[in-house]
Design a protein around this ligand. Sequence first.
Ligand SMILES: Nc1ncnc2c1ncn2[C@@H]1O[C@H](COP(=O)(O)OP(=O)(O)O)[C@@H](O)[C@H]1O
Ligand SMILES: [Mg+2]
Length: 371
Amino acid sequence: MKLESLSLVNFRNYEDAELQFSSGVNCLVGENGAGKTTVLDAIYYLSFCKSYFNAIDSQNIRYGEGYFLLQGRIERNGENDKLSCGVKSGQKKQFRRNDKEYTRLADHIGLYPSVIMTPNDIDLIKEGSEYRRKFIDSIISQYNRTYLDRLIDYNRVLLQRNNLLRYFSENRTWDEESLDIWDQQMIELGSFLHQERKSFVDAFIPTFSSFYKRISGNAEDVSLVYQSELSDGGYREKLKRHQERDRQLRRSNCGIHKDDLDFLIDEHPIRRFGSQGQQKTYLIALKLAQFAFIEKATGVKPLLLLDDIFDKIDDKRVSALLQLVSERTFGQIFISDTHEDRVPRMFEEITADVRIFRISKEAIDVIGETA
Ligand SMILES: Nc1ncnc2c1ncn2[C@@H]1O[C@H](COP(=O)(O)OP(=O)(O)O)[C@@H](O)[C@H]1O
Ligand SMILES: [Mg+2]
């Protein structure tokens, strides 16, 4: 897969810009605020139909304008496809593939996979369980369409069930039969999703720990443990047991929307016991494993988007990462950095096509290229 070109119109700081990419490594260099992350996010948009950073589409429209339009030309399995994403304020997002608009955005997910690494990834370790559920969901969704469909259904059922609980409370009423209708659907969908998550985590662990070992170069033991109330069965009884609490709190307290993934290092939570360096290694290994996993499942090498990565990790880990890059483990890569020559210098010894873009508030210039 190769993203050939990208055009951005009224997307955040860009009024009208176009980039032609190398099939190897694309470096985006420039000062803070120049728009490097914005280019990576535009690529992410074409992959996931949404921003990695800002869930509110309209906030990505350039100040003072009424719409944005992103367009990409992308080669995949010998086909040249045209992708476009348009957002007008106050209107539904329009996403097209080869000029045909999707009726369901979910149909696009997984066709042009990508993996993004950003400084914000530390949230995966530090923040609440929803970040880790999103991590799991975004991997499985890229190779398993049924999973994504049922996840969307589950979230809809959950919302309806919560609405009903609120309705009961506001109207001082209770009707177990109506609740049962949603419970039945939650059980069906939730059991499926739970099983998929469990199989995914089991299969993911060896890939993850082997990347961790390669990057850290040492023998710390890392593991992931899938935490779910559904793990030991009896979903229906558990829903019943939570009913009184659901009623009081006016929301559903039992189900896969409460799942978590424990990140362990030598059997202790990395959040508390890992050094900063270990945490960074952990995150890189998670993302590289994500890449390997999606590639294996789909047969397509995802686009790899590395935002400011070299600013956040030390030389030892950078060289381990580059070692992997030089083995051509990856396909097309996009890397942003504030230093003009740091990333290009690191690629000097690596036989890959490298194109360097200098991004400033005024223009995007290609300032270097190896063939
Ligand atoms: N909706 C918007 N309209 C115009 N400019 C925006 C909008 N949202 C963000 N920006 C600006 O876009 C610029 C680019 O940000 P970013 O891509 O994060 O820069 P970099 O990654 O190079 O540091 C920032 O200066 C930011 O203030
Ligand atoms: Mg940035």
